[in-house]
Design a protein. Sequence first.
Length: 369
Amino acid sequence: MTATTASAASSPVLSTTPGLVNAHHHLYSALARGMPGPSRSPRNFPDMLSLVWWRLDAALDLETIYWSAKLGALEAALAGTTCIIDHHESPRAIEGSLEAIDKACSEVGVRVNACYGATDRWADDGSLHEKVSPISRMTKGAMAGLDECDRHLSAGKRGMVGLHAAFTCSDETIEAAAALAKKHGVGVHVHVAEAIDDVAAGARLEKHAADDWLLVHTVHLDRPLRGRIAHNPRSNMNNGVGYAKPTTKPNKVLLGSDGIGSDMAEESRLAYARLREFDLAATPDVVAGWMQNAREAFPESRDDVVTWRYPEANSPWHGAFTTGMRVERVVAGGRVIVDHGTSLLVDEAETRAKAREAARKLHQRLENM
Ligand SMILES: [Zn+2]
């Protein structure tokens, strides 16, 4: 037992929990805050993608990917999140993108399970297709995305094989992703029926899906599908896609942020409030179970120690109703990565300043696109 865990055990102020896990993140979104607004107000989910997120990811280069991941990893560490399952896309900077993310996270001291989300939405002539025919051929972009996953996994790094979503992928690409995942003994990390526009996902994925797949959202999933579910309540509310009703599905449920930060204690409080709106009989133990399932998917987190400035952080009932519970100290992989609420392995002020500079360049590029 370290000095801090010993003192936390007897402190009237402090208590400890294992490390928190963000089961679905987009580290590339950390620099999106303050980005130039869309040309018109998004009216539906496909608008949100084409007017905001697909503009942003197309503007990323390896430098902005690195600083975005570094800022995202820093904010995760400061919130006690020591492990991140990330889903990345940067269609104009695919090769080397996962290495940039992996480097940024390891410098901060958090672990990342990375994948590149392969997609056929960028045709070989560079034009954008919001929907892709299942019978179309695999694009060069999708092939490059799968190659990036293959390179990352072949280098012995933690990762999965990524697919954006069935509605932007051909059957050929889905099949190739499933085969690549099998070859590496990992699952596929894929957005599934996030909005009604992707309601065909279940039918298209069911012959490939396996227990080690990570199915993200599943709000409009119309059938049983093998895999673990990553539930992202804040993002679902923000995009107005509906409630995923995770307690009605037989799958193991994990909690993710879908790119809106990595404060998983905060995400769990929101998840609980949204669950109660759906089922008044639900207790905080349900959401604590989702956090625990995420730890099982990223077992290293269980040995990490987060010290909170609150004496009963371990109690689901206290956790659900104690807003603003602050992290004092984080030990990850045996190293102290956060102490007195700030990062020890990287300088917080310098990282924020450099990330702000990278964001300025990225937003400038978006203005000019
Ligand atoms: Zn997502």
